[in-house]
Structure formats: C-alpha cells, structure tokens
Design a protein around this ligand. Structure first.
Ligand code: NAP
Length: 502
C-alpha cells in the first residue's frame, strides 16, 4: 500500500478544521492536510442553506478573534454571509492548497509500530491513504442529520428532505407543506416559508422557549467606525462576550435567576399570537435554558397565520400522501421537511476511528460514556485531538471561542512534541477520569439537568455529554497550554514513560 506521509491530518473544513489549519501554519507546521467530504469550506454553514438560516449568536463574536470582520451587515448574520466570511478567511490564510475536498475519511487506525494514524480516504471511487503523526478531528457535532424514526416515512410519495440538506429544486409555492420539529432550525424555516406555501402544518413535540430577536442592520457609519477606529471592534466584541457570559451563573448554578427572562419569552408569545389556545400550546412546560433558548420575532406570528396549523398530537405514521397523528387524523401534504436535528451524542466520526487497543472510539464511548480530557483527548487514542469534542458545546455563547481555545491547546501539544521529541502523547486514564468526574459533578445543579426537559444534550443514560458546565474563560484557561503531566508520552525509540508532574 502506498502511504502519503504527513505530520498532521485534519478532518473537516468547518470553523474548527480551518482554525486548526491556520494555527498549525502560524506555528510553523507546514506538513498537514485537511480532508473535507464537502466541496467547500464552511461545515455546518455550508450545509445549512435552508430559507431563513442565520446565526443566533452575534456575528461579532461568532467569528475568529484573529480575523475580525467590520463588514457584517447585521448583528446576527444570515448563513450566506457567514459562509462567505469562512471562505474569505480561508483564502486569506494561504492554507487552502492543503485542503482536499470531496474526500471522505473511511477509517483512521492507530498503527503502534509506525506510531502514526493510518487514514484511508476516498473520493469518487479513488482512494488515498495517509500516514499521519497526529489526527485532528474537526468533524463537528452537527454534521450528521438525524432522520426521525417514524413508521412509513420511507413510503412518502412527495418531496422529503432534512433541514440541513435543503432541496432548492423543490418549489414550495402553493404547496401543502409539513415541518416536523420546533427547534433552532425549524423556528427559522417556518416564518421564511409560511408566506409562500398554501398550507403549513408544524408538528411540535416539545414547545421551545423563544426570546425576541434583537437584530439590526449596521449603518455604513458604524461599519466605517469598526474598520477605522483602533481597538473599537475588539472592545465591542468583548462587551458582547461578557454580556453572553452573564448567562453562565443561571445556567450552571442558579436557574431561578432566569425567571425574569422567562417572563420576557412569555411576553413574546403574547405579542406574536392572538389565539389563546395556540398561546397555551406553544408555552413550554420546563424551565427556560433546559433546552437551547431560541430567538425570533417572526416564528409566533407565522404560527398564528391563517394558513398554518400547529399540530401537537403525536405522529403515529407517515403515509404515501400525508401524516397521521394519534387521534387518527391524516393531514395531506406535498412536501415533508424534517427539522429533527443531528446525531449529537454519538458523534458519527467516532465510528471510523480505531485506537491502540483495536476498538473504535464509538465502541469506547458506548462502553464508558462519551468523554474526553478537556473535550479533546481520549485514553487509548494516542495523538488524536478532537475539536468540538465531548462537553465542549455551549448554550449561551460562541462555539468559535471554544474552537480557538481547543486549537491553541492542540498546537501547543504539537509544539511540545517537537520540542521534547515525543512520538506520541496519550492522556492517562487517571487524568481523563478525574476530568470527567469533575464535569459530571458540575453538571448536577445545571438547568440542563434540573430544568425538567428531555434534550439532545443528554445521552441515553441521562448524562450530559455535550455541554460545557463552566464559563468559557475557565475553558480557555484550561486549554491555554498543553499540560504534558496528564499524558503518557512515548519517545521515537518507543520506550514509554509517564511524565511525572514537577
Ligand atoms: P434540534 O434543536 O435538535 O430540534 C429538533 C426538533 O425536532 C425538536 O423540536 C424535536 O423535538 C423534534 N423532533 C426530533 N425527533 C422528532 C420526532 N421523531 N418526532 C417529532 N419531533 C421530533 O435540531 P435543530 O433545530 O436542527 O437544531 C440543532 C442545533 O443546531 C441547535 O441546538 C443549535 O445548536 C444548532 N443551530 C444553531 C442555529 C444558530 O442560529 N446558531 C440555527 C439552527 C441550528 P423535541 O424537542 O421533543 O426533542
């Protein structure tokens, strides 16, 4: 077999993979490749092109700190603008020649003898195999659409697609359309398509809390000021950052503090919906924050429109022509849009990564629970670094901040390996267990555990394996430098020794 030797192989070209590429290059690492199954950079922002797709984190914060953009047109940017920003940043970074597009990672297997990851990739029938010193996964937590397991869904005769795989060839004008789900994607899709369709059924299993969206267009004067006044954009970003960070205390320790905010969301329902029955149907029965807090000024009015019906009866099956609910009603439709989220607690990439002991990361997570030291490294998987790994998600701020923190940690690990001539670094079981226990301990009083809802934050055992239960600055402090004391290292001579903390 022909191997292509590389120092680092990065999986995925979303915010995470791109950040890794840029920071590796800045650190003087030249020998890396980024493997991306899509045709462009952007990850979830490339894939989610549904009508109304926009970010619910302010653009000033939802962008790289090292690539500020004074030209955001609105405070919460639309998907095309975010995708253009990622593309522009990638082009400006001079790393794009290291990206291999339309290429999937079939499997990555640790070869202990070679002290490398053997990564088989395929692209339209052609295969390439890389032998990489480190494997950096930026495959993301929201990359694999989750289709609902509903009887008969395969037999539906009309158009059917997931929100993250929008079929732009399907014209919704004058059609009867159903949307299943009322999460972050759905509440953006519903108001965007409601005026266009003949009739819209929105299938709600659990009502979300939806806050008003304080969005606005930046004036040319504001943009000019952000571009020219030294330090202004940084100060503005910082102000947004600390405003967001104020949610950490109520989310993690004192959920009751959110009661006044919950009243604002209740006011949003009253403002947007006139019908009392509909108001009651969309009022959540759990504490705000337990599920992601959504923002929209247009979702409730769209539900209240004459051509929309909110359906809260349980779906029992899908027929060739419609959806049947538990009360026996069948509602005919031409198009079925499933906005039912992603595989988040199973991280699909883990099925393709096989570690030192011959089992996949998915199997290890299945047996021991999904967990990684600092959300990044896992015992049994030397030189593997996960970006946006277990317990790094946020309910309140920007994932780009978390990604930059993790990438700094990974780049420092690479630097440490070079400086000390380590061939491998593998987090010790003890360090990882202690970290996991601390995370789970901190999880107990959080609104995600106590708020009275079921959410995708929790795995099938009820453990929150997705969110970070502390401030983002605490995460940044933890990932500021590579703590080799928590690792078992191997020299190229292949003698293993534990690095004893000083
Ligand atoms: P989601 O938040 O997981 O919502 C999925 C929706 O589908 C929920 O309402 C869920 O109901 C419902 N559902 C799932 N399976 C169902 C079934 N079998 N039958 C009926 N209903 C079902 O997914 P999403 O809206 O795609 O958002 C996922 C994540 O993407 C968000 O949390 C957020 O992190 C990210 N996102 C971000 C933005 C942004 O602006 N930054 C925009 C979109 C998405 P239950 O609540 O009862 O489970």
């Amino acid at each position: 077999m022909d191997f292509e030797l590389v120092d680092h192989l990065v999986i995925g070209a979303g915010f995470a993979g791109l950040c890794a590429a840029i920071k590796l290059q800045e650190a003087g690492e030249r020998d890396f490749v980024v493997v991306e199954r899509g045709a462009d950079v952007g990850g979830t922002w490339r894939d989610n092109t549904y009508p109304g797709a926009a970010c619910d984190v302010p653009s000033q914060l939802y962008s790289f700190s090292f690539a500020p953009n004074p030209d955001w047109s609105m405070s919460f940017s639309q998907q095309p603008e975010i995708q253009a920003y990622i593309r522009k940043t990638a082009e400006a970074s001079g790393t794009l020649d290291r990206f291999v597009f339309r290429t999937s990672v079939d499997d990555a297997t640790w070869d202990g003898g070679a002290q490398r990851w053997i990564v088989r990739t395929s692209s339209e029938g052609a295969t390439r195999t890389f032998a990489a010193r480190t494997l950096i996964s930026g495959a993301g937590g929201l990359s694999e659409p989750k289709l609902p397991d509903i009887e008969g869904i395969g037999s539906f005769g009309g158009e059917l697609f997931h929100s993250a795989r929008w079929d732009h060839d399907t014209d919704l004008t004058g059609k009867r359309v159903a949307v299943i789900g009322t999460g972050a994607s759905s509440i953006q899709i519903v108001p965007a398509i409601q005026p266009q369709v003949a009739h819209l059924d929105v299938y709600q299993r659990t009502a979300p809390w939806v806050m008003p969206r304080h969005d606005r267009t930046y004036s040319s004067l504001e943009k000019a000021a952000l571009r020219t006044v030294p330090g202004l954009q940084k100060v503005y970003r910082e102000a947004i950052y600390w405003g967001r960070e104020s949610y950490v205390l109520p989310f993690t320790k004192a959920p009751q503090i959110l009661s006044p905010v919950q009243r604002i969301a209740a006011g949003n329902i009253k403002k947007g919906i006139q019908d009392p029955e509909l108001r009651a149907a969309v009022t959540p029965d759990f504490r705000m924050g337990c599920k992601r807090i959504l923002i929209s000024n247009t979702y409730y009015p769209a539900l209240d429109a004459d051509n929309t019906e909110l359906v809260t009866d349980r779906i029992t099956r899908v027929t060739e022509t419609g959806i049947v609910t538990a009360d026996g009603t069948e509602r005919p439709i031409d198009v079925l849009i499933v906005a039912t989220g992603f595989h988040t607690t199973e991280l699909p990439i883990t099925e393709h990564i096989t570690g030192r002991e011959g089992h996949t990361l998915a199997a290890q997570f299945e047996e021991k629970g999904m967990s990684a030291y600092k959300g990044t490294t896992v015992p049994g998987f030397p030189n593997l670094f996960m970006l946006v790994g277990p317990n790094t998600g946020l309910g309140h701020s920007s994932m780009v901040f978390m990604i930059e923190s993790q990438v700094a940690y990974v780049v420092d690990a690479v630097r440490t390996m070079r400086t000390h001539d380590y061939a491998t670094v593998e987090v010790s079981e003890r360090a990882e267990r202690a970290f996991h226990a601390d995370v789970q301990h901190r999880m107990q009083p959080t609104v995600w555990s106590t708020g009275g809802c079921a959410s995708w934050y929790l795995d099938k055992h009820g453990h929150n394996t997705t969110l970070w239960p502390r401030s983002t600055f605490a995460f940044r402090a933890l990932t500021r430098s590579f703590d080799v004391a928590a690792y078992v290292v191997t020299a190229p001579t292949r003698t293993t020794r534990e690095v004893v903390p000083a």
